[in-house]
Design a protein around this ligand. Structure first.
Ligand SMILES: Cc1cc2nc3c(=O)[nH]c(=O)nc-3n(C[C@H](O)[C@H](O)[C@H](O)COP(=O)(O)OP(=O)(O)OC[C@H]3O[C@@H](n4cnc5c(N)ncnc54)[C@H](O)[C@@H]3O)c2cc1C
Length: 390
């Protein structure tokens, strides 16, 4: 079998394009033949990414807006959270896709293919007997030394002891005639909305005094009927933001899996990235920073000719235990997310909570955060989840 490419990147979404960008920015990859394949031309502004970080990373030039202060609201706790040394940032999907695409135009070693991938090909070897991995396109397969796959070919199937909730949300970017927003401050979570379906909150992300993305978010087993999201958004904008008149200039809808099911990390030269590789925080749905960390680690491993690591380190294993515990509590409705996050933010520094949600907090901080929630509810859940992890 002839090797056509050094690397195939299957899926040109957040993970595939983050990996490609990192490769293009590093001279080590300038002679490597890279193929990126996606069924979509990536021409739609289909999502907005928000994330927090302490220092700028490679996508800093396309950050659309950032905030140093975040509001938190619930029936029991309200606070303006100062998040230093973190900054909360927003990147728009289409800007991200175009940024990486235009950089790729300057790299003759990068080829794009707009085609549906049917699946991953059976492993092969090249003329020298070196292993190759591939993708199946129509009636042909293409091979490379590595395939970095962000496509979920199979639905996630949790084991009976694992949990699967959906984080589903609808966002409207609204524009007002009069100034209503403070663009220096975002609402991270507003739990004052009805919790009848389960953990439910609003984000408000103002990018000017007259423009904000308002997002209605739920962590539940089932989706709502389409009009329920619109009704909730309308009510919130009128009753909580006190905005009588506005124009909806953009809409987005998304579903993110919140599960402790173990997703494949790698299989020979196939490396799973993005949501397909489990790089979404099960208890929060945030994935952007996890994808950045993973793609940076892949580039580092390739440059140093190390096998791309598939083993979860201690911070990720610890994070999985905490995520499983929270999913257990939410899934079995032992306590609502509003109460849990209110207690955590009330008793801890916001920067510690953000580090915790990034799997980057110290054990001491973890203990402090865990002591903010009722031990009688969380300890038995943690012990049960620990048993399944060992
Ligand atoms: C609307 C929305 C908003 C989000 N907001 C945030 C946020 O604010 N912060 C955060 O941290 N996370 C957020 N997420 C979660 C996560 O960051 C995104 O889902 C992210 O895009 C995941 O990256 P990915 O590469 O795994 O998947 P994707 O970005 O979805 O990329 C997968 C790619 O594979 C392609 N593809 C699929 N099937 C095939 C096939 N058979 N053949 C060829 N190509 C195929 C798709 O076209 C797509 O381009 C959001 C998710 C959504 C849906």
């Amino acid at each position: 079998m002839t090797k056509f490419y050094d690397y195939i990147i299957a899926g040109a979404g957040c993970a595939g394009l983050s990996l490609l960008m990192r490769m293009m920015q590093d001279p080590f990859f300038s002679q490597k033949k890279i193929l990126i394949v996606d069924a979509s031309g990536k021409t739609l502004n289909d999502r907005t990414w928000c994330f927090w970080e302490k220092s700028p990373d490679i996508f800093e030039p396309i950050v659309h807006h950032c905030w140093n202060k975040l509001d938190f609201f619930s029936e029991t706790y309200t606070a303006e959270l100062s998040i230093s040394p973190y900054t909360y940032k927003m990147i728009q999907g289409l800007t991200f896709y175009n940024y990486v695409k235009s950089e790729a135009e300057r790299h003759s070693n990068v080829s794009w293919l707009k085609e549906t991938i049917r699946g991953l090909a059976s492993p092969e070897t090249d003329e020298e007997g070196k292993p190759l991995s591939g993708i199946v396109l129509g009636d042909r397969s293409i091979y490379a030394e590595y395939v970095f796959n962000s496509i979920q070919f199979e639905p996630i199937r949790p084991e009976p002891h694992q949990y699967y909730l959906q984080q589903h949300f609808k966002g409207w970017t609204i524009q007002t005639k009069e100034p209503f927003f403070d663009p220096g401050k975002a609402t991270f979570m507003d739990f004052r909305v009805s919790q009848e379906h389960g953990t439910t909150f609003m984000y408000v992300l103002p990018t000017s005094a007259t423009t904000a993305l308002v997002e209605y978010t739920l962590f539940t087993k089932d989706l709502l009927s389409p009009d329920s999201y619109d009704i909730a958004l309308k009510r919130y904008i009128t009753e909580y933001l006190h905005i009588p008149e506005y124009e909806i200039v953009h809409e987005e809808f998304g579903i993110i899996p919140m599960t402790n099911a173990i997703l494949p990390k790698a299989n020979g030269g196939i490396v799973y990235i993005g949501i397909a590789g489990g790089q979404v925080k099960a208890s929060s749905g945030y994935a952007f920073r996890f994808i950045q960390k993973k793609t940076a680690a892949i580039v580092d491993a390739l440059k140093n000719r190390r096998t791309v690591s598939v083993k979860a380190g201690f911070p990720d294993t610890k994070g999985l235990l905490y995520d499983s515990t929270l999913l257990h509590i939410l899934y079995h409705q032992k306590m609502g997310g509003s109460d849990i996050f209110s207690r955590i933010f009330r008793h801890n520094r916001a920067s510690d909570v953000l580090a915790f949600l990034d799997n980057e907090s110290s054990l001491l901080t973890d203990l402090k955060i865990m002591s903010s929630v009722p031990t009688g509810i969380f300890l038995p859940a943690a012990l049960r989840e620990l048993k399944h992890l060992l």
